[in-house]
Each structure stands twice: as C-alpha cells, then as structure tokens.
Design a protein around this ligand. Structure first.
Ligand code: CAA
Length: 260
C-alpha cells in the first residue's frame, strides 16, 4: 500500500478500511486528500485481498466538507478542476466493483455528506450530523449532492436540505432514508464490520453485478433497467460461483466462492 499523508488504508479479513485523518480540520477534504482517496479506491478495486471497502474518519468527524481554506483562493477555472476531482472520486466509489460502506462518525457536512452518498450503504453513529451547508458559503454542493441526494431521499427533502443548509441528526437521516442504520457511537466500527462480513459471505461477483445493475438502472427507464438485470443475471451463469452457490444449497453446506 502507498504511504499517504492524509489517509490510512488497511485490509483485514478481506475488508479494506480507509480512514481519513486530518483531525485538526475535522478531516476536511483538500485536493491532496481527495487525490489520495481516489488513488486508494483505484488500488483497492484491483486488490484481490479487498472484497469490501469501509470509509470512516478519524476523531470527532467523518468529514466536515471540502476544504474551505483551499477553496477560498480559487477562481472559476480552479473551481471546475476541484469539482471535477471530487466527482472523479465519488464516481470511482460508485462504480467500484465492490461494495462501499460509509461508517459515519460525527460531522458529515458538505463534501462529507457527498462522500457518504457515493457509498452503497451508510451506517451512522448516534452523534453523526449530516448536512449540505454550502449555500451559506454562497456556493452549491460541488461533489454530487444535487444529483445523488434527490435520487436517494426525493427532490422535496433534498431541496429543503440544500436550500436551508440545515444540519440534521443521525435519527433524522434515518427517517428520510439517507442512512441505513444508526448505532451507538462505540458500536459504529463493529456494526460496519458486521455489515461488511455479511456482504463478504455472499457471492462476490453477484454482489458486484447487483451493485452495477442497481446503480445503472437508477438513471434509466424501468424496462431498460430490467434489461440490464436480465443481462447481469445471465452473466452470473457463466461463473464458477453460480455453480458453487446453487450446488452448496442442494448439498446443504456453506458455499466456497472463488470470485470467478
Ligand atoms: N474546511 C476547512 N477547515 C475546516 C472545515 C472545512 N470544511 N471544517 C472545519 N474546519 C476547521 C476549522 O476552521 C477549525 O480550524 P482552526 O482550529 O484552525 O480554527 C477546525 O477545523 C475545527 O473546527 P471548528 O472550530 O469550527 O469546530 P466546531 O466544533 O466549533 O464546529 C463545524 C464544527 C460545525 C463542523 C464547523 O467547523 C463548520 O461549520 N465547518 C464547515 C462545514 C461546511 O461548511 N462544510 C461544507 C464545505 S463546502 C463543500 O463541501 C463544497 C463541496 O460540496 C465540494
């Protein structure tokens, strides 16, 4: 693994853990950190040891947003580069052929909520706080929230969050469907690991196909999405894992998936 300055990456039990670590600025994402995250995600995509990826933050925040100090000196062209860099990261997470879980501790504001939105599943600690406060800065979310938030929680709630910049509790995030579950602070990483282990137990190619089909189908009419599902379902039948999974059921034993 690379030596990173602002993140740590470990892989244990086939579960990769990325920890964002700039605690002095509540893990605000400057360009360097976004670039490191992008590199880590690209490496993990091709790392056979990593079946699932968990992303979390060090200290009292998940991520307090894009780095406001860095943005302060940017003009329009640099803003475009910064926005495109963040979008590349979010797209890499969304398109990764492995499930990504955001384990959200403390503040997840602006780019922090956007990072969580790019993941497949969000688990929040009770002290987590979400929000898109960009409009108070005179800007809009620039790393995908105007697109991913309405797809997840509906346009009415997404507009309310973005127009008012209101910071919401983990409970409220659960109510609107922004997070999958809320757990006591001290249980966050255990809950994320438990979820990762459950996913890891399933056929990896099947999980990967399911992720791609769900994501791609969200941008298409129902019938086209169903067509994608048929193609992916058929692809599964070209894998050893499909034979192993069905045979294991018939033989009343646990499957031993090989990811091929
Ligand atoms: N960028 C840069 N520095 C940040 C930061 C950010 N997003 N968030 C916090 N920090 C820094 C603070 O400046 C402070 O640094 P100093 O100690 O040097 O003063 C340090 O982190 C601790 O922060 P606070 O003292 O403010 O801590 P707090 O507990 O009083 O408040 C907070 C916490 C409510 C999260 C507050 O820090 C805050 O409002 N942060 C900004 C949140 C925000 O607006 N995020 C959106 C950014 S824009 C964006 O993300 C655009 C995009 O979509 C691409």
């Amino acid at each position: 693994m690379n030596n990173y300055r602002n993140i740590r990456v470990t892989v244990q039990e086939n579960i990769a853990l990325i920890t964002i670590s700039r605690p002095d600025v509540l893990n605000a994402l400057n360009s360097e950190t976004v670039t490191e995250l992008l590199k880590a995600v690209q490496e993990l995509e091709h790392d056979p040891r990593a079946h699932i990826v968990i992303i979390t933050g060090d200290g009292k925040a998940f991520v307090a947003g894009a780095d406001i100090t860095e943005m302060n000196s940017k003009g329009p062209e640099e803003a475009r580069t910064y926005s495109e860099l963040g979008h590349s990261l979010m797209r890499a997470i969304q398109n990764m052929g492995k499930a990504a879980i955001a384990a959200v501790n403390g503040y997840a504001l602006g780019g922090g909520t956007e990072l969580a939105l790019a993941c497949d599943i969000r688990i929040a600690s009770e002290n987590a706080q979400f929000g898109l406060p960009e409009t108070i800065l005179g800007i809009i979310p620039g790393w995908g929230a105007t697109q991913r938030m309405p797809r997840l929680v509906g346009t009415a709630v997404a507009k309310e969050l973005i127009f008012t910049g209101e910071i919401i509790s983990a409970r409220r995030a659960l109510e609107i469907g922004l997070v999958n579950r809320v757990v006591p602070d001290e249980d966050l990483m255990t809950a994320a690991m438990d979820m990762a282990r459950k996913i890891k137990h399933q056929g990896p190619i099947a999980v990967s196909h399911a992720k791609q089909v769900i994501n791609r189908g969200m941008d298409r009419p129902l019938q086209e999405g169903c067509g994608l599902e048929i193609d992916a379902f058929v692809s599964c039948f070209n894998t050893e894992d499909q034979k192993e999974g069905l045979q294991a059921f018939i033989e009343k034993r646990e499957p031993r998936f090989k990811g091929r």
